[in-house]
Design a protein around this ligand. Structure first.
Ligand code: NAI
Length: 656
């Protein structure tokens, strides 16, 4: 690991707090130092209060801030005298500590100070840096980790045994450093947890951290060598198993989750290593991770459902072993899975949540392998992990944000997604929390959506092979399928039956009818394993009210509607609901060019504005309204509705 210090950038930091922001971000940039809100930093400086008095102040990372993106506002200013007085107390609950720290803040709108604020105050240097460096923690998570760390660092690093973070940890450090010559120390390692560096100079504190971690990385490269990765096996029914896994994890969680597979050679190789898989059942890299990952991963065996069931039984047994009557068991659903032959899966209510789990576990796996090569993975014991998982302060970090959006954790597939109604459906479903796979033959689809939550795939839905591959890519990305909006369609140029050429007719049939049947067939096995699975077929007002010159369109859409009715009959036993939407005159779409619009309006003797609202309610129907309805039809409001046809046309006397 190299120092990222840059003289020019550092020169812009006019005061200690700006320098603190700068070097904190340097630390936050390194995923192998801190991940997703882990670690904390501080600087001691003088602040002036409202009375003009100078106060010794600790600016310490506020909870909820991430070192990678922290700003000055992310540091809570806390009076040093109060922190040092708190440090002298014999007993203090963590909740009381948080309250007392808040009361000692110089700015009531600042975030809650880190739970390590007292510890930072006790360290008699201006700058204090704390990370969960993979390499250092890996060495500490071995049977003779303490001896190895002493061999590596000698006397200049103090080794602190594992103690629960918060007040207890500050007490332990205080007791252990009473007679210590701080000037003779470069840092401290907290066993199974992380590492501290400190100095009066911001650069020195930061670069000491880099030096300590680099030494640990070098140590691992010579003392902990493990085998190189292998490739994944491919199984016929793998994607179905993945969907089954997601369904089982969702039902234990009590809400839909995504199941995101990491099939990289690294993950596959880890999952194939039975000793590593056995080792990882012993616990997490650093105890903080337990709230994101649970104490251990699910191990997927031949029978996916039975494996998930076994995980939940083990989790409940773990809870019962350690809980007192005041605690309620959290959901017993895995956060990640190790799947021999295929790799590792992370679960999450959103792509972001699954991504955090994926990042954490990607750092845990090499740490386990390193430790295994040095005598065995030895993280904190189970009761310590439990104490962190059920720690009141950790629990407070979770579950913020009120009710989840309607489709949170669901997976949707939308065709014809680059324009008009299809695009609006992607936007609506995404806004309602779903992960969406957006298919369109227009290459723009690959770029136009938020890349994390929406997978845009270029696909001509009339190409059977490409369509099947796209469905499989969808399952491979998010782990299953719950919502299908089969929407792609074209409105061929108006032509009387007698003038119709075979090609135009067939083109309309291929896209407006046949492609929907193929898509339904490819999706059905996955929808059957979905959560409240629902299909919406976008048909047309032309079905109940056809027009002259639109035979190729109307016949195909009528066929599509009949397909939907048969599908509703056939798929009900799998719980799949199929409903049809009949939009009319949705003008903010590419089907309606300005020329077509003007021509149709003229045909009815209306100006364009009047034509747009030419329906019983006199309203303009937008693609967004159609999309909101489609999204609602995929939700619980329509739980008892299948085989239904719904107009969305502002009211049409020929239809009513
Ligand atoms: P649009 O033209 O704005 O969007 C259709 C999308 O489908 C385009 O992005 C296009 O690239 C894509 N597409 C066309 N052929 C494809 C293929 N072979 N493979 C993959 N993608 C393909 O049109 P709009 O209005 O949003 O239409 C969506 C659906 O709504 C269609 O089925 C249409 O028949 C139906 N509809 C539209 C009405 C309207 O007034 N706009 C009224 C009634 C029904």
């Amino acid at each position: 690991m190299k120092s990222q210090w840059n003289d020019a950038q550092a020169a812009d930091c006019a005061d200690p707090l700006s320098l603190r922001v700068y070097t904190s971000r340097l630390l936050g940039r390194e995923a192998s130092l801190v991940l997703h809100g882990g670690g904390n930093t501080s600087v001691k400086a003088t602040a002036t209060d409202v009375f003009g008095d100078s106060l010794d102040t600790l600016y310490v990372k506020g909870s909820g801030w991430d070192l990678a993106t922290i700003e000055a506002a992310g540091f809570a200013p806390v009076r040093m005298d109060a922190l040092l007085k708190l440090a002298e107390k014999d007993v203090l609950s963590d909740t009381d500590m948080v309250r007392a720290q808040r009361m000692a803040m110089l700015d009531p709108s600042a975030p809650n100070p880190s739970v390590e604020a007292i510890l930072h105050a006790l360290i008699p240097f201006a700058f204090v840096d704390h990370t969960h460096a993979d390499a250092v923690v890996s060495i500490s998570n071995t049977p003779d980790g303490e001896a190895r760390l002493r061999e590596l660092y000698g006397e200049r690093v103090l080794i602190i045994p594992y103690v629960m973070p918060g007040f207890d940890l500050s007490q332990t450090v205080r007791a252990m450093t009473r007679d210590v010559d701080w000037q003779a120390l470069d840092g401290m390692v907290l066993m199974h947890h992380g590492v501290f560096s400190f100095a009066d100079d911001g650069r020195e504190s930061y670069e000491t951290m880099i030096r300590l971690v680099s030494a640990a990385e070098k140590y691992l490269s010579t003392h902990a060598v493990y085998e190189s990765p292998m490739a994944a096996k491919s199984g016929e029914n793998f994607l179905l198993h993945l969907a089954r896994l997601r369904k089982a994890a969702s039902s234990l969680r009590g809400a839909p989750v995504l199941a995101m597979l990491n099939g990289s050679a690294e993950a596959v190789s880890f999952a194939a290593d039975s000793e590593a898989v056995e080792a990882i059942q012993r616990g997490t890299l650093t105890p903080d991770h337990v709230i994101r990952t649970k104490p251990w991963p699910l191990l997927v065996g031949e029978d996916v459902r039975a494996s998930v069931e076994r995980f939940s039984e083990q989790y409940r047994a773990y809870f019962n072993r350690h809980a007192d009557a005041s605690l309620t068991c959290l959901d017993a659903s895995p956060r990640w899975a190790v799947w021999p032959g295929y790799g590792c899966v992370s679960f999450g209510r959103s792509v972001q949540e699954a991504g955090i789990v994926a990042d954490i576990t990607a750092h845990t796996r090499p740490a386990v392998l390193h430790a295994e090569a040095m005598g065995g993975w030895t993280p904190v014991c189970e009761s310590d992990l439990f104490a962190v998982e059920y720690w009141e302060l950790e629990q407070a970090k979770l579950g913020k944000g009120g009710d989840a959006p309607l489709h949170q954790g669901k997976v949707a597939l939308v065709t014809g997604a680059a324009s008009g109604i299809g695009k609006a459906c992607v936007d609506a479903l995404q806004a309602q929390g779903a992960a969406v796979v957006a298919l369109d033959m227009n290459p723009a689809v690959a770029e136009m959506f938020d890349a994390a939550q929406v997978l845009g795939l270029v696909c001509d839905v009339t190409d059977d092979v490409a369509l099947k591959a796209a469905v499989e890519a969808a399952i491979g990305r998010f782990g299953g399928l719950d919502i299908l909006i089969s929407n792609a369609g074209i409105f061929p140029p108006s032509r009387k039956i007698a003038d119709m050429d075979a090609q135009s007719w067939q083109q309309s049939m291929a896209l407006n009818l046949t492609s929907h049947q193929r898509l339904l067939a490819f999706c059905q096995p996955y929808l059957a394993l979905g959560i409240d699975p629902a299909v919406v077929l976008v048909a047309s007002k032309n079905v109940p009210a056809p027009g002259p010159g639109a035979a190729a369109y109307s016949v195909a859409k009528a066929g599509l509607t009949q397909l939907g009715r048969v599908a509703a009959l056939e798929m009900a036993e799998q719980g799949i609901r199929i409903n049809m939407l009949h939009p009319n005159a949705v003008f903010d779409t590419a089907i309606w060019t300005d020329d077509v619009l003007a021509a149709r309006a003229a045909h009815y003797g209306l100006n364009v504005e009047a034509y747009k609202t030419n329906n019983l309610l006199g309203v303009e129907v937008t693609s967004r309204q159609v999309a909101e309805l489609a999204a609602a039809m995929a939700g619980p409001l329509f739980a008892c509705t299948t085989g239904a046809q719904l107009p969305v046309d502002g009211g049409n006397e020929r239809v009513i």
